[in-house]
Design a protein around this ligand. Structure first.
Ligand code: ATP
Length: 321
């Protein structure tokens, strides 16, 4: 049971909805009579004592903003036991008794080590656009990112159709094809190339050529960055098909933007659960969603298992192509 103070931090890549989650943590804790500190700039900020007490006002005018007001950073020093001890000493200095960490796989791994080595209670929230945290079918920010990609696909479709071009769209996802396959299905793309599933460019080209012969005006191919370089794949396709091919690498616009209603709602629900659980004595858990319901996942299971791409999505993308 926590009586005095908790802290909240964001870590790893930023994602839209992190602000909504942190806001919910802050306001829930305050309504329970527990103080809240913000740790700025991820684990590096913990090591450098970039820690400040937050009020309800600190998190006003934030729910609609992408990014994270707490900042985020990648910290090599936190990967060492000495770095984690330094961070822990700063938490003790502020009498922080528990920590909510909002971040991806790496951030939650860092949190699990900190908890194991120091005993500080940790509750994690999955915050990454990749939707690749084991045990949950949702991560904070994935919906906004997928919507951003679909919006780009809609626009690219107009120009592709006008010129009878093939459009290759490279999206984020080093190890996870969730963003690519979801946006391909929702955007009506013909192909999604993802790191989890083998693909064959010559046979894709054969398919495209046949469909063009039957009068098709354009083809859209979504490529997850972990499945190959969009630029290279575009070159190969143009060489084989001799059809005008253009490549768009969406890059960091996928991370930004005002969070969707879904991301705001889910982040708010998860933030409240995290604060309440931490205050009531829970530790080493991650809150996520499974089939629309909030679930709690063991932190060590979440970081030690790898989420696989839902085969239903792969199947659906094929059927609808
Ligand atoms: P994203 O999925 O958006 O990339 P992430 O949380 O997986 O987010 P990482 O860069 O992997 O992003 O991790 C963020 C930070 O967490 C790292 O900079 C490091 O400080 C800490 N971290 C990651 N892995 C470990 C680890 N194995 N041990 C200790 N700390 C770690």
């Amino acid at each position: 049971m926590i009586k005095n103070a908790i802290a909240v931090m964001t870590s790893g890549g930023d994602s839209p909805g992190m602000n909504a989650a942190a806001r919910a943590v802050v306001r829930t804790a305050l309504s329970e009579g527990v103080s809240v500190y913000g740790i700025y700039n991820g684990y590096q900020g913990m090591i450098e004592d970039d820690i400040q007490e937050l009020t309800s006002r600190s998190v006003s005018d934030l729910i609609q903003r992408g990014g994270t007001f707490l900042g985020t950073a990648r910290s090599m020093e936190f990967k060492t036991p000495e770095g984690r001890q330094k961070g822990f000493q700063n938490l003790q200095k502020h009498k922080i008794e528990g920590l909510v960490i909002i971040g991806g796989d790496g951030s939650l791994t860092g949190g699990s080590l900190l908890s194991r080595e120091t005993g500080i209670p940790i509750v994690g929230l999955p915050g990454t656009i990749d939707n690749d945290v084991w045990g949950t079918d949702y991560t904070i920010g994935c919906d906004t990112a997928a919507n951003t990609i679909v919006d780009a696909i809609n626009k690219l479709r107009d120009t592709a159709s006008a010129h009878r071009r093939i459009m290759v769209v490279e999206v984020m996802g080093h190890h996870s094809g969730w963003l690519a396959i979801t946006s391909a299905i929702a955007g009506g793309a013909e192909y999604a190339l993802v790191p989890e599933v083998k693909y064959d460019i010559p046979s894709i080209c054969e398919d495209i050529q046949k469909s063009y012969e039957k009068g098709k005006r354009y083809s859209l191919i979504v490529v997850a960055e972990g499945a190959g370089s969009g630029i290279e794949i575009g070159k190969q396709i143009e060489e084989i098909t001799q059809i005008d091919t253009r490549v768009s690498v969406l890059g960091h616009i996928q991370r930004g933007g005002s969070p969707t209603v879904e991301d705001r709602m889910k982040a708010s629900m998860l933030g409240e659960k995290a604060a309440l659980a931490l205050i009531s004595g829970a530790t080493n858990i991650v809150f996520g969603f499974n089939e629309g319901k909030v679930v709690s996942i063991n932190l060590f299971d979440a970081v030690n298992n790898t989420k696989t791409l839902d085969p239903e999505l792969v199947r659906l993308a094929r059927v609808l192509a």
